[in-house]
Design a protein around this ligand. Sequence first.
Ligand code: S3P
Length: 277
Amino acid sequence: MLQNGILQKRRCKPLDTLNQIRKRIDTYDRELIQLFEKRMEEVLQVLSFKKEHKMPIFQKEREEQVLKKAAENIQNPLFEAEAREFFEAIMRISRKLQAKLLFPYNIVLIGFMGAGKSAVGKELSLLLEMELIDIDAYIEREIQMTIADLFERYGEDYFRDREEEAVEKISKKKNCIISCGGGVVLREKNIANLKKSGKVIFLEAKAETIYSRIHDDTTRPLLKGHMTVEGIQKKLEQRESYYQRAADFVISTDHRTEKEIAQEIISLLCEGSFAVK
Ligand code: S3P
């Protein structure tokens, strides 16, 4: 008994110490969550202010500043990398929250091959922490075949049917960036589904720009044997009215980087209505 009693005491002591440490951690976590809430509320105030004054919503320079200040404020250099990671996560989360409030719908990118849909889609997805869905990549995954092989083996109509199914499914998602194949606008049903699901942005580019971007690419079946500025121009003209009809916004991508285009899309969409409660 006595021995047991002593044993129990010995076992209890380190446990007490652990419990005390955990209690202190719980207190810090309570403080952290309160601070986190306060910080997010301020972020929403900033968002409201920027919207009201038509300022760019997502500013990389400000994020750099926050990280720099965190590095300056840290006392124990052992945690420097972790502190950076912590603040990077906070900023990712606050970007995601802002995007969710600003864009409670899908952002749909349409336009000719080489107009920059994939590159701009990636940029938007990073900036807004929104999921990127590339319809061609989705079809390739579903069918386990590249688009080029699919065209070669089954022809364009078969591809368009698969594309229509994919659009129907993907349009049901929310808060995503959807990058479409260049010919998605050829079917009325696709346009209706995409417009219902979000805002449609037509990325426009001149035939010369498109040629300079994709002339080495052999994976575009519809340009096989027509990979010239004139060949592209001809197809562009056939498609122009379809793109215009489907678009909520038109953005020119000639001589511009994907970062600039993504920022312009955000600014254009932000002019729509939204309220921070
Ligand atoms: C097509 C464009 C391609 C792909 C398919 C058909 C088109 O997508 O969907 O080859 O009809 O313009 P990208 O525009 O992403 O190259």
